[in-house]
Design a binder for this molecule. Structure first.
Ligand code: G3P
Ligand code: MG
Length: 266
């Protein structure tokens, strides 16, 4: 959809300019190199760095004592040897969980990582896309956002991090803060009017949507507004190339080596 009568986008801020330097098209390591390592662990981020991925995506969750950690699901059950929700348990207990054994015996003992550990590992090595799950924002609210931003500032990584969310209230709250990292709206559908209006309101860096919702018309519209168009999650190189042909700037993929010749990815 191409709405009319749009305002001119404000001049890009520093971090947005930095992100403009990502070579197009590109592959974002989805939950790190989650094809080879357990997702959302430091091992998967090391894998993404080794793959020279321009960016790694991770999902943020909270513990009961408000530590920010990496976890995709609402519960610990699938990807750790724990059970239940992370926000019902303190970090002292969560830090003892195994987040690697489910993926393979050689990863047994890989811990759940804290955001602070991720930032220390990634600093200067790889851009990060921090995805804030709607539940995480609902649990943590403004205090969670303040903690997140304080950590990014302390790690001097405001220019290395893109924040995305399916939660419009979360993105609007971030936009209201004194320092704003590049923001992207996550959707499961095409660029409809509410999405387009939100992108304008938060002066979004990007629009990330599900691979089945990608269209050339939306790519054109986003390009015209200087916004990045990303699709999740490309299953293989053929699908990635089809998405690039439609005009997406980048794809999320579990395998950051997706576009490389097989002989170089051993
Ligand atoms: O951020 C892109 C993608 O990760 C969104 O879906 O469920 O994999 O977090 P999900
Ligand atoms: Mg995600």
């Amino acid at each position: 959809m191409v709405p009319t009568g749009a305002k001119q986008r404000p001049k890009s801020k520093g971090p947005a300019d930095f992100f403009a330097s990502v070579p197009r098209p590109f592959v974002v390591a989805h939950r790190g190199d989650s094809a080879r390592y357990p997702e959302n662990t430091l091992a998967s981020i090391q894998g993404a760095i080794a793959a020279q991925a321009p960016m790694a995506e991770v999902d943020l969750a909270l513990s009961r004592d408000r530590k920010i950690l990496l976890l995709h699901d609402e519960t610990l059950d699938r990807t750790t040897d724990g059970t239940g929700a992370s926000w019902e348990q303190d970090w002292a207990d969560l830090s003892r969980l195994d987040a690697g054994g489910w993926f393979g015996p050689k990863f047994l003992g890989e811990p759940l990582p804290l955001l602070s550990q991720l930032l220390a590992l990634a600093q200067g090595k790889i851009r990060l896309n921090l995805e804030i799950k709607p539940d995480t924002f609902e649990q943590g609210g403004e205090r969670f956002l303040a903690d997140l931003m304080a950590q990014l500032e302390q790690a001097k990584m405001l220019d290395q991090v893109l924040v995305s969310s399916f939660s419009a209230p979360c993105l609007l709250a971030l936009q209201g803060r004194p320092q704003v990292p590049p923001l992207s709206y996550l959707s499961e559908g095409p660029l409809d009017r509410p999405s387009w209006e939100l992108l304008e309101t938060i002066d979004a860096w990007g629009f990330h949507t599900e691979v089945g919702a990608v269209s050339a018309a939306d790519a054109e519209e986003l390009k015209g507004r200087g916004r990045c168009y990303l699709a999740y999650t490309a299953a293989d190189s053929q699908q990635a190339r089809s998405l690039f042909a439609l005009g997406v700037d980048g794809v999320f993929a579990n395998d950051p080596h997706l576009l490389k010749p097989a002989s170089t990815t051993a």
